[in-house]
Design a protein around this ligand. Sequence first.
Ligand SMILES: NC(=O)c1ccc[n+]([C@@H]2O[C@H](COP(=O)([O-])OP(=O)(O)OC[C@H]3O[C@@H](n4cnc5c(N)ncnc54)[C@H](O)[C@@H]3O)[C@@H](O)[C@H]2O)c1
Length: 431
Amino acid sequence: MKIGIIGSGYVGLVTGVCFAHLGHRVICVDNDVKKIAMLKKNHVPIYEPGLEEMIRENVAAKRLSFTTRISQAVSQSEVLFICVNTPPKENGEADLSFVETVSKEIALHLKEYRLIVEKSTVPVQTGEWVEKTIRNYQPRRALFDVASNPEFLREGSAIQDFLKPDRVIIGVSNSKSEKILRKLYGPLKAPILVTDIKSAEIIKHAANSFLATKISFINMVARICDAVGADVEKVAQGMGLDPRIGPSFLKAGIGFGGFCFPKDLSAFLKRAEKLGVGFELLSSVLAINEQQKQYFVQKIENHLWNLNHKTLAILGLSFKPDTDDMRFAPSIDIIKALEREGVHIRAYDPQAMKKAKSIFPKIEFTANPYAAMKNADALVIVTEWDEFSNLDWKKVKRLLKHPIVFDGRNQLNQAEMKKLGFQYHGIGRPR
Ligand SMILES: NC(=O)c1ccc[n+]([C@@H]2O[C@H](COP(=O)([O-])OP(=O)(O)OC[C@H]3O[C@@H](n4cnc5c(N)ncnc54)[C@H](O)[C@@H]3O)[C@@H](O)[C@H]2O)c1
């Protein structure tokens, strides 16, 4: 099939390249001229494992191309996926202005039947607005349908997630749209759930909010463990063995970040409020998540006393491992709080330092983790990149002024760290 992707960021690029990989002809659009210029030269503007190679292969096979013009995608494609960003407004609502702009532009160029699919994460009833907007701005009457197909990929494993999804959600208003989307996703052999458009929109917000709730829940349990000297890792294991609960998303730490959870939770909460449904549970989940970062900073202060003029080695800046994405990364609030206390920070991240440099103008970035540790008062793990599990701990001990580790992700083996002679402070772990 011929597919147009509008918005070529983390979701759009991965969606485009994966559909091309499945044999479709894909044109990816973005209004960021620099991004498209880079992509045309096979340079990938984001770090996502495997993406660059797949882009190169599919461009060479003439299944994938890039443009800045939506008109080109509308005229060439049977199906158009809207993958633009839906950032949070200051009050927490989703800013849908990019979705509106794209809907208007599609309307202007629509000449024959197209299926327009919202893949961006949007509040319930956005589909109705997309349809109304296209109808209102069409200069000539051409048939079209709107569908919802929320995306569940995770940065860092995005290609695998797209090609081997747990489920594909298709929200449609008629069988024609369903048939087109089934044809597209059929080869993935994943379970396909067909719903109405509004239910599909809610599934995405509800799923992310539920996962975030699990994280905030276990983080509160971790604070209880800290208070009494119990081990949250064991508690989570014991809870997770119950199949009704399951073990995933029960990892205590410094809380969730990234472009999805915080904004999707706020947007769901705000949409619920507008519909007259007070969803206080979600306010608590967000509040706990905010406090958790402060809780970690407080923990550092409790063990190092005055932070002014102390040096900390920070490992990991991206919001999670295997991505360079810094959007809403917990590292931002944590580092800013430490800087306010007068801490000198040396930081290392395997992929995110380029993006982090504009966020933290004052911190010192190092070429490897060890250079960050030299004469530092303590080591702080903020993002659990794999390489931090396998550090040369004897060397780390020699480099640090004091062998103190604050593990914000409970990444390290506490017993081993103690055996090696470190003072180890995790979240909700006995000392
Ligand atoms: N990043 C994720 O892991 C993830 C996962 C699932 C769903 N989502 C959702 O998918 C959507 C996109 O997220 P993302 O992370 O890919 O965002 P992104 O910011 O990386 O990409 C969005 C792209 O859209 C482009 N764009 C904006 N307005 C445009 C316009 N008028 N015309 C053409 N291009 C335009 C931007 O330049 C940008 O490149 C969001 O709604 C997000 O919540 C993201």
